[in-house]
Design a protein around this ligand. Structure first.
Ligand code: TPP
Ligand code: MG
Length: 99
């Protein structure tokens, strides 16, 4: 099994709400104390790999799939990339935010 973490360092879905509707008052969404996922994988006897730059993604995934057994890949992505479309709480689909 190969596990790929899109690691934005946040509970991103919740952070997006705080950014857009609560003036960026981020609360309990920054995962600054999250574990080192490479070491966590190794602690379980799996292989841990990390990609921190876009150009590292393809070679790291190639290495992951070439490695026998379970592999966890920690892919660091932008902390403030949002996901759209988004429907604000209580709003109709017509109020959907597209970007
Ligand atoms: C057990 C449980 N608790 C809380 C939630 C509410 N919840 C929905 S998304 C989310 C944050 C997800 O963060 P992450 O896994 O980092 O994904 P991202 O949005 O950053 O891609 C939370 C806490 C949930 N879905 N399930
Ligand atoms: Mg996240």
């Amino acid at each position: 099994m190969k596990v790929v973490i899109l690691n934005n360092g946040f509970l991103g879905m919740v952070r997006q709400w705080q950014q857009l509707f609560y003036e960026k008052r981020y609360s309990s969404t920054c995962l600054s104390c999250s574990p080192d996922f490479v070491k966590l994988a190794e602690a379980y006897g799996a292989t841990g790999l990390r990609a921190t730059k876009p150009e590292e993604v393809v070679p790291t995934l190639e290495k992951a799939f070439a490695t026998p057994g379970p592999v966890m890949v920690d892919v660091r992505v932008s902390p403030e990339e949002n996901v759209y479309p988004m429907v604000p709480a209580g709003a109709s689909l017509k109020k959907m935010i597209l970007i």
